[in-house]
Design a protein around this ligand. Structure first.
Ligand code: 5CA
Ligand code: ZN
Length: 409
Protein backbone atom coordinates (compact mmCIF):
# COMPACT_ATOMS: atom_id res chain seq x y z
CA UNK A 1 0.00 0.00 0.00
CA UNK A 2 1.27 3.52 -0.58
CA UNK A 3 1.42 6.01 2.28
CA UNK A 4 1.09 9.78 1.80
CA UNK A 5 3.54 12.53 0.80
CA UNK A 6 6.04 13.76 3.38
CA UNK A 7 6.15 17.40 4.38
CA UNK A 8 9.56 18.95 4.88
CA UNK A 9 11.16 18.83 8.33
CA UNK A 10 13.53 21.82 8.54
CA UNK A 11 16.87 21.23 10.29
CA UNK A 12 17.36 23.35 13.40
CA UNK A 13 20.49 24.87 14.91
CA UNK A 14 22.12 22.81 17.67
CA UNK A 15 21.03 19.34 18.61
CA UNK A 16 17.80 17.98 20.03
CA UNK A 17 17.34 16.14 23.31
CA UNK A 18 16.82 12.48 23.91
CA UNK A 19 13.23 11.48 24.49
CA UNK A 20 11.94 10.33 27.85
CA UNK A 21 8.52 8.78 27.46
CA UNK A 22 5.96 6.96 29.58
CA UNK A 23 6.01 3.22 29.00
CA UNK A 24 2.82 1.35 29.86
CA UNK A 25 4.69 -1.87 30.64
CA UNK A 26 6.93 -0.37 33.32
CA UNK A 27 4.36 2.23 34.33
CA UNK A 28 6.86 5.04 34.31
CA UNK A 29 9.08 7.21 32.16
CA UNK A 30 11.82 5.45 30.21
CA UNK A 31 14.80 7.04 28.53
CA UNK A 32 14.81 5.66 25.05
CA UNK A 33 18.21 5.21 23.56
CA UNK A 34 17.58 4.22 19.97
CA UNK A 35 20.51 3.60 17.71
CA UNK A 36 21.17 5.79 14.67
CA UNK A 37 17.92 4.45 13.21
CA UNK A 38 14.98 4.59 15.62
CA UNK A 39 12.27 2.02 14.96
CA UNK A 40 8.58 2.66 15.59
CA UNK A 41 5.39 0.75 14.85
CA UNK A 42 2.10 2.60 15.19
CA UNK A 43 -1.16 0.72 14.89
CA UNK A 44 -3.13 2.08 11.96
CA UNK A 45 -6.83 2.59 11.39
CA UNK A 46 -9.53 0.10 10.70
CA UNK A 47 -10.76 1.98 7.67
CA UNK A 48 -14.28 3.09 8.33
CA UNK A 49 -15.40 6.33 10.02
CA UNK A 50 -11.93 7.82 9.58
CA UNK A 51 -10.37 10.18 10.49
CA UNK A 52 -11.95 11.41 13.70
CA UNK A 53 -10.23 13.71 16.19
CA UNK A 54 -9.43 10.77 18.48
CA UNK A 55 -7.51 9.05 15.69
CA UNK A 56 -5.81 12.34 14.81
CA UNK A 57 -4.76 12.95 18.42
CA UNK A 58 -3.17 9.51 18.68
CA UNK A 59 -1.26 9.85 15.39
CA UNK A 60 -0.24 13.33 16.48
CA UNK A 61 1.52 11.92 19.54
CA UNK A 62 3.56 9.45 17.50
CA UNK A 63 4.38 12.06 14.91
CA UNK A 64 5.95 14.08 17.73
CA UNK A 65 7.99 11.09 18.90
CA UNK A 66 9.52 11.00 15.43
CA UNK A 67 10.12 14.73 15.29
CA UNK A 68 12.04 14.57 18.57
CA UNK A 69 14.15 11.71 17.19
CA UNK A 70 14.77 13.52 13.89
CA UNK A 71 15.93 16.56 15.83
CA UNK A 72 18.60 14.35 17.46
CA UNK A 73 19.86 13.69 13.91
CA UNK A 74 18.64 10.12 13.94
CA UNK A 75 16.83 8.48 11.11
CA UNK A 76 13.41 7.02 11.81
CA UNK A 77 12.08 3.78 10.49
CA UNK A 78 8.31 4.03 10.80
CA UNK A 79 5.80 1.29 10.04
CA UNK A 80 2.02 1.51 10.19
CA UNK A 81 -0.71 -0.96 9.24
CA UNK A 82 -4.25 -0.67 7.91
CA UNK A 83 -6.66 -3.25 9.30
CA UNK A 84 -8.40 -3.58 5.95
CA UNK A 85 -10.24 -6.77 6.87
CA UNK A 86 -11.79 -7.35 10.30
CA UNK A 87 -15.19 -7.96 11.89
CA UNK A 88 -16.18 -4.31 12.47
CA UNK A 89 -15.25 -3.31 8.92
CA UNK A 90 -17.26 -6.19 7.44
CA UNK A 91 -20.21 -5.44 9.73
CA UNK A 92 -20.23 -1.80 8.64
CA UNK A 93 -20.06 -2.75 4.95
CA UNK A 94 -23.05 -5.08 5.38
CA UNK A 95 -24.99 -2.48 7.39
CA UNK A 96 -24.52 0.10 4.65
CA UNK A 97 -24.94 -2.33 1.75
CA UNK A 98 -21.53 -1.58 0.28
CA UNK A 99 -18.58 -3.60 -0.86
CA UNK A 100 -16.10 -3.95 2.03
CA UNK A 101 -13.06 -3.45 -0.22
CA UNK A 102 -14.50 -0.21 -1.59
CA UNK A 103 -15.29 1.01 1.91
CA UNK A 104 -11.74 0.24 3.08
CA UNK A 105 -10.15 1.90 0.04
CA UNK A 106 -12.27 5.02 0.29
CA UNK A 107 -11.63 5.49 4.00
CA UNK A 108 -7.91 4.79 3.67
CA UNK A 109 -7.72 7.43 0.91
CA UNK A 110 -9.49 9.93 3.16
CA UNK A 111 -7.11 9.09 6.02
CA UNK A 112 -4.13 9.75 3.75
CA UNK A 113 -5.59 13.13 2.78
CA UNK A 114 -6.16 14.07 6.40
CA UNK A 115 -2.68 12.97 7.45
CA UNK A 116 -1.16 14.98 4.60
CA UNK A 117 -3.16 18.08 5.52
CA UNK A 118 -2.10 17.73 9.17
CA UNK A 119 1.56 17.35 8.13
CA UNK A 120 1.90 13.98 9.85
CA UNK A 121 5.07 12.21 8.75
CA UNK A 122 4.27 9.19 6.58
CA UNK A 123 5.48 5.68 7.44
CA UNK A 124 8.10 4.17 5.15
CA UNK A 125 6.00 1.02 5.13
CA UNK A 126 2.22 1.36 5.09
CA UNK A 127 0.90 -2.17 5.03
CA UNK A 128 -2.59 -3.63 4.78
CA UNK A 129 -3.81 -6.74 6.60
CA UNK A 130 -4.97 -8.34 3.35
CA UNK A 131 -1.63 -7.95 1.61
CA UNK A 132 0.06 -9.41 4.73
CA UNK A 133 -1.86 -12.69 4.71
CA UNK A 134 0.91 -14.65 2.90
CA UNK A 135 3.28 -13.61 5.71
CA UNK A 136 0.79 -14.26 8.51
CA UNK A 137 -0.05 -17.87 7.60
CA UNK A 138 3.47 -19.27 8.21
CA UNK A 139 3.66 -17.48 11.57
CA UNK A 140 0.43 -19.12 12.73
CA UNK A 141 1.71 -22.47 11.49
CA UNK A 142 4.93 -21.96 13.43
CA UNK A 143 3.07 -21.08 16.61
CA UNK A 144 0.95 -24.20 16.20
CA UNK A 145 4.03 -26.36 15.54
CA UNK A 146 5.65 -25.00 18.69
CA UNK A 147 2.58 -25.91 20.74
CA UNK A 148 1.72 -22.24 21.31
CA UNK A 149 -1.51 -22.48 19.32
CA UNK A 150 -4.38 -24.95 19.07
CA UNK A 151 -7.39 -25.61 16.91
CA UNK A 152 -11.00 -25.23 17.94
CA UNK A 153 -13.67 -26.15 15.37
CA UNK A 154 -11.40 -25.09 12.54
CA UNK A 155 -10.33 -21.81 14.12
CA UNK A 156 -6.82 -21.45 15.53
CA UNK A 157 -6.20 -19.87 18.94
CA UNK A 158 -3.06 -18.61 20.60
CA UNK A 159 -2.34 -20.03 24.02
CA UNK A 160 -1.46 -17.15 26.34
CA UNK A 161 0.39 -19.60 28.60
CA UNK A 162 2.99 -20.01 25.83
CA UNK A 163 4.56 -16.67 26.75
CA UNK A 164 6.08 -16.38 30.23
CA UNK A 165 5.87 -12.59 29.87
CA UNK A 166 2.13 -12.55 29.18
CA UNK A 167 0.50 -9.77 31.21
CA UNK A 168 3.55 -7.55 31.43
CA UNK A 169 2.43 -4.96 28.87
CA UNK A 170 -0.87 -3.98 30.49
CA UNK A 171 -0.13 -5.19 34.03
CA UNK A 172 -3.82 -6.09 34.44
CA UNK A 173 -5.19 -8.94 36.55
CA UNK A 174 -7.14 -11.82 35.02
CA UNK A 175 -10.59 -10.38 35.86
CA UNK A 176 -9.84 -7.03 34.27
CA UNK A 177 -8.39 -8.77 31.23
CA UNK A 178 -11.47 -10.90 30.85
CA UNK A 179 -13.77 -7.88 30.90
CA UNK A 180 -11.69 -5.97 28.37
CA UNK A 181 -11.30 -9.02 26.17
CA UNK A 182 -15.09 -9.31 25.85
CA UNK A 183 -15.38 -5.58 25.15
CA UNK A 184 -12.60 -5.39 22.58
CA UNK A 185 -13.03 -8.14 20.03
CA UNK A 186 -12.19 -11.23 22.11
CA UNK A 187 -14.48 -14.19 22.89
CA UNK A 188 -13.70 -15.20 26.51
CA UNK A 189 -16.96 -17.14 26.83
CA UNK A 190 -16.49 -19.44 23.87
CA UNK A 191 -16.59 -23.04 25.15
CA UNK A 192 -13.59 -25.24 24.48
CA UNK A 193 -10.87 -22.63 24.83
CA UNK A 194 -7.90 -23.56 27.01
CA UNK A 195 -7.85 -20.13 28.62
CA UNK A 196 -10.77 -17.70 28.19
CA UNK A 197 -8.28 -14.97 27.23
CA UNK A 198 -6.73 -16.90 24.33
CA UNK A 199 -7.13 -14.76 21.19
CA UNK A 200 -7.85 -16.02 17.70
CA UNK A 201 -4.95 -16.27 15.27
CA UNK A 202 -6.81 -17.63 12.28
CA UNK A 203 -10.55 -17.73 11.71
CA UNK A 204 -11.85 -20.51 9.49
CA UNK A 205 -13.85 -19.26 6.49
CA UNK A 206 -17.42 -18.25 7.37
CA UNK A 207 -20.33 -18.38 4.94
CA UNK A 208 -20.65 -15.08 3.04
CA UNK A 209 -17.39 -13.62 4.39
CA UNK A 210 -14.12 -13.12 2.53
CA UNK A 211 -11.49 -15.81 3.03
CA UNK A 212 -8.00 -16.62 1.81
CA UNK A 213 -5.88 -19.70 1.30
CA UNK A 214 -4.29 -20.54 4.64
CA UNK A 215 -2.15 -23.53 3.51
CA UNK A 216 -2.29 -26.11 6.34
CA UNK A 217 -4.65 -23.85 8.31
CA UNK A 218 -7.36 -24.13 5.69
CA UNK A 219 -9.23 -21.21 4.15
CA UNK A 220 -9.91 -18.32 6.47
CA UNK A 221 -8.71 -14.91 7.58
CA UNK A 222 -6.23 -13.67 10.17
CA UNK A 223 -6.95 -12.58 13.72
CA UNK A 224 -6.29 -8.97 14.61
CA UNK A 225 -3.16 -9.14 16.80
CA UNK A 226 -1.11 -11.44 14.56
CA UNK A 227 -1.57 -8.94 11.72
CA UNK A 228 0.45 -6.25 13.51
CA UNK A 229 3.02 -8.81 14.69
CA UNK A 230 3.64 -10.11 11.17
CA UNK A 231 4.05 -6.59 9.79
CA UNK A 232 6.26 -5.38 12.64
CA UNK A 233 8.54 -8.44 12.57
CA UNK A 234 8.83 -8.27 8.81
CA UNK A 235 9.82 -4.61 8.69
CA UNK A 236 11.35 -3.86 12.11
CA UNK A 237 12.29 -7.14 13.82
CA UNK A 238 12.23 -7.83 17.56
CA UNK A 239 13.19 -5.22 20.12
CA UNK A 240 12.13 -2.15 18.16
CA UNK A 241 11.89 1.08 20.11
CA UNK A 242 8.22 2.02 20.37
CA UNK A 243 4.89 0.39 19.71
CA UNK A 244 2.21 3.02 19.75
CA UNK A 245 -1.54 3.39 19.79
CA UNK A 246 -4.41 4.71 21.85
CA UNK A 247 -4.86 3.48 25.43
CA UNK A 248 -7.65 1.16 24.29
CA UNK A 249 -4.98 -0.92 22.50
CA UNK A 250 -2.88 -1.70 25.59
CA UNK A 251 -5.11 -4.68 26.28
CA UNK A 252 -5.72 -6.95 24.53
CA UNK A 253 -4.06 -5.80 21.31
CA UNK A 254 -0.55 -4.88 22.42
CA UNK A 255 -0.47 -7.46 25.20
CA UNK A 256 -1.38 -10.25 22.79
CA UNK A 257 0.88 -8.96 20.03
CA UNK A 258 3.87 -8.95 22.38
CA UNK A 259 3.08 -12.50 23.49
CA UNK A 260 2.64 -13.77 19.93
CA UNK A 261 6.03 -12.36 18.95
CA UNK A 262 7.79 -13.51 22.12
CA UNK A 263 6.40 -17.04 21.80
CA UNK A 264 7.39 -17.13 18.14
CA UNK A 265 10.96 -15.95 18.54
CA UNK A 266 11.80 -16.91 22.12
CA UNK A 267 13.13 -13.36 22.46
CA UNK A 268 11.94 -10.54 24.72
CA UNK A 269 10.81 -7.80 24.42
CA UNK A 270 8.79 -7.29 21.28
CA UNK A 271 9.00 -3.50 21.76
CA UNK A 272 11.23 -1.60 24.18
CA UNK A 273 8.40 0.75 25.09
CA UNK A 274 4.63 0.54 24.73
CA UNK A 275 3.28 4.03 24.45
CA UNK A 276 -0.39 4.90 24.68
CA UNK A 277 -2.31 8.06 23.98
CA UNK A 278 -5.36 9.05 26.03
CA UNK A 279 -8.88 8.91 24.66
CA UNK A 280 -10.52 11.94 23.11
CA UNK A 281 -14.18 12.30 23.96
CA UNK A 282 -17.16 14.29 22.83
CA UNK A 283 -20.06 15.23 25.10
CA UNK A 284 -18.77 13.11 27.97
CA UNK A 285 -18.20 9.88 26.02
CA UNK A 286 -15.15 8.42 24.28
CA UNK A 287 -15.27 9.36 20.60
CA UNK A 288 -15.88 6.04 18.91
CA UNK A 289 -17.23 4.56 15.76
CA UNK A 290 -19.61 2.34 17.66
CA UNK A 291 -21.10 5.31 19.54
CA UNK A 292 -21.09 7.49 16.43
CA UNK A 293 -20.16 10.65 18.38
CA UNK A 294 -17.47 11.67 15.93
CA UNK A 295 -15.89 14.91 14.80
CA UNK A 296 -14.11 14.29 11.51
CA UNK A 297 -10.89 15.99 10.47
CA UNK A 298 -12.19 16.17 6.89
CA UNK A 299 -15.44 17.87 7.94
CA UNK A 300 -13.61 20.51 9.99
CA UNK A 301 -11.24 21.08 7.06
CA UNK A 302 -14.22 21.46 4.69
CA UNK A 303 -15.66 24.03 7.07
CA UNK A 304 -12.61 26.14 6.22
CA UNK A 305 -10.50 25.56 9.34
CA UNK A 306 -6.75 25.65 8.64
CA UNK A 307 -5.27 22.18 9.34
CA UNK A 308 -2.51 23.95 11.29
CA UNK A 309 -5.18 25.07 13.76
CA UNK A 310 -6.45 21.48 14.10
CA UNK A 311 -2.90 20.44 14.87
CA UNK A 312 -2.58 23.14 17.53
CA UNK A 313 -5.86 22.00 19.04
CA UNK A 314 -4.45 18.46 19.30
CA UNK A 315 -1.28 19.81 20.91
CA UNK A 316 -3.23 21.76 23.52
CA UNK A 317 -3.73 18.66 25.70
CA UNK A 318 -1.06 16.30 26.95
CA UNK A 319 -1.13 13.17 24.80
CA UNK A 320 -1.63 10.85 27.79
CA UNK A 321 -4.64 12.60 29.23
CA UNK A 322 -8.21 11.81 28.28
CA UNK A 323 -9.80 15.00 27.05
CA UNK A 324 -12.89 16.40 25.39
CA UNK A 325 -13.05 17.88 21.91
CA UNK A 326 -15.12 21.07 22.09
CA UNK A 327 -15.75 24.06 19.85
CA UNK A 328 -13.78 26.11 22.37
CA UNK A 329 -10.66 23.91 22.00
CA UNK A 330 -10.74 24.59 18.28
CA UNK A 331 -11.55 28.30 18.64
CA UNK A 332 -8.60 28.74 21.03
CA UNK A 333 -6.32 27.02 18.53
CA UNK A 334 -7.51 29.23 15.66
CA UNK A 335 -6.81 32.30 17.78
CA UNK A 336 -3.38 31.00 18.85
CA UNK A 337 -2.42 30.27 15.24
CA UNK A 338 -3.29 33.84 14.23
CA UNK A 339 -1.22 35.23 17.13
CA UNK A 340 1.80 33.10 16.25
CA UNK A 341 1.53 33.98 12.56
CA UNK A 342 1.43 37.68 13.34
CA UNK A 343 4.52 37.33 15.57
CA UNK A 344 6.61 35.47 13.00
CA UNK A 345 5.69 37.92 10.26
CA UNK A 346 7.69 40.67 12.03
CA UNK A 347 11.31 41.20 10.95
CA UNK A 348 12.76 40.63 14.40
CA UNK A 349 11.92 39.28 17.84
CA UNK A 350 13.49 38.06 21.08
CA UNK A 351 16.13 35.35 20.89
CA UNK A 352 14.84 32.27 19.14
CA UNK A 353 17.64 30.12 20.58
CA UNK A 354 16.16 30.10 24.06
CA UNK A 355 12.71 29.27 22.71
CA UNK A 356 14.00 26.40 20.57
CA UNK A 357 15.61 24.94 23.71
CA UNK A 358 12.37 25.36 25.66
CA UNK A 359 10.35 23.53 23.01
CA UNK A 360 12.97 20.79 22.83
CA UNK A 361 12.98 20.36 26.58
CA UNK A 362 9.19 20.23 26.81
CA UNK A 363 8.83 17.63 24.06
CA UNK A 364 11.70 15.47 25.31
CA UNK A 365 9.89 15.34 28.65
CA UNK A 366 7.14 12.88 27.69
CA UNK A 367 5.88 15.06 24.82
CA UNK A 368 4.72 17.93 27.02
CA UNK A 369 3.01 19.91 24.26
CA UNK A 370 1.03 22.23 26.59
CA UNK A 371 4.36 23.54 27.96
CA UNK A 372 5.77 23.87 24.45
CA UNK A 373 2.73 25.91 23.37
CA UNK A 374 3.04 28.17 26.41
CA UNK A 375 6.70 28.82 25.58
CA UNK A 376 5.80 29.90 22.05
CA UNK A 377 2.91 31.99 23.43
CA UNK A 378 5.35 33.87 25.65
CA UNK A 379 7.71 34.46 22.75
CA UNK A 380 4.84 35.63 20.50
CA UNK A 381 3.67 38.09 23.16
CA UNK A 382 6.87 40.13 22.92
CA UNK A 383 6.56 43.84 22.26
CA UNK A 384 8.88 45.78 19.98
CA UNK A 385 9.72 47.91 23.03
CA UNK A 386 10.87 44.88 25.08
CA UNK A 387 14.37 45.32 23.67
CA UNK A 388 16.93 42.60 23.12
CA UNK A 389 15.54 41.64 19.78
CA UNK A 390 17.36 39.51 17.25
CA UNK A 391 17.07 39.96 13.53
CA UNK A 392 15.85 36.82 11.81
CA UNK A 393 14.53 35.28 15.04
CA UNK A 394 10.98 34.93 13.67
CA UNK A 395 12.29 32.80 10.81
CA UNK A 396 14.04 30.47 13.25
CA UNK A 397 10.88 30.19 15.36
CA UNK A 398 8.85 29.42 12.28
CA UNK A 399 11.22 26.61 11.36
CA UNK A 400 11.27 25.25 14.91
CA UNK A 401 7.47 25.21 15.17
CA UNK A 402 7.34 23.42 11.83
CA UNK A 403 10.10 20.89 12.60
CA UNK A 404 9.13 20.08 16.18
CA UNK A 405 5.36 20.62 16.24
CA UNK A 406 4.44 19.97 12.62
CA UNK A 407 2.71 23.35 12.37
CA UNK A 408 3.35 25.51 9.30
CA UNK A 409 3.16 29.19 10.24
N1 5CA B 1 -6.71 -1.07 13.34
C1 5CA B 1 -6.63 -1.08 14.76
C2 5CA B 1 -5.21 -1.05 15.26
S1 5CA B 1 -4.23 -2.32 14.59
C3 5CA B 1 -7.43 0.05 15.36
O1 5CA B 1 -7.48 0.15 16.58
N2 5CA B 1 -8.02 0.89 14.51
S2 5CA B 1 -8.96 2.12 14.97
O2 5CA B 1 -9.34 2.75 13.73
O3 5CA B 1 -10.00 1.66 15.80
O4 5CA B 1 -8.08 3.08 15.80
C4 5CA B 1 -6.94 3.68 15.25
C5 5CA B 1 -6.12 4.34 16.36
O5 5CA B 1 -6.86 5.41 16.92
C6 5CA B 1 -5.82 3.39 17.54
O6 5CA B 1 -4.51 3.64 18.02
C7 5CA B 1 -6.84 3.77 18.58
O7 5CA B 1 -6.38 3.50 19.89
C8 5CA B 1 -6.96 5.26 18.32
N3 5CA B 1 -8.25 5.81 18.78
C9 5CA B 1 -9.49 5.36 18.49
N4 5CA B 1 -10.43 6.11 19.11
C10 5CA B 1 -9.76 7.07 19.80
C11 5CA B 1 -10.16 8.16 20.66
N5 5CA B 1 -11.43 8.43 20.90
N6 5CA B 1 -9.18 8.93 21.19
C12 5CA B 1 -7.87 8.68 20.94
N7 5CA B 1 -7.44 7.68 20.15
C13 5CA B 1 -8.37 6.88 19.59
ZN1 ZN C 1 -2.32 -2.97 15.67
Amino acid sequence: MHAWPASDVPALPGKGRDLKIHDTATGGPVSLDPGPVARIYVCGITPYDATHMGHAATYNAFDLVQRVWLDTKRQVHYVQNVTDVDDPLLERAIRDGQDWTELAERETALFREDMTALRMLPPQHYIGAVESIPGIVPLVERLRDKGAAYELEGDVYFSVEADPHFGEVSGLDADAMRLLSAERGGDPDRPGKKNPLDPMLWMAAREGEPSWDGASLGRGRPGWHIECVAIALDHLGMGFDVQGGGSDLAFPHHEMGASHAQALTGEHPFAKAYVHAGMVGLDGEKMSKSRGNLVFVSKVRRDGVDPAAIRLALHSHHYRSDWEWTDQVLADAVERLARWRAAVSRPDGPSADALVEEIREALANDLDTPSALRAVDRWAAFQQSDGGTQEGAPGVVSRAVDALLGVAL
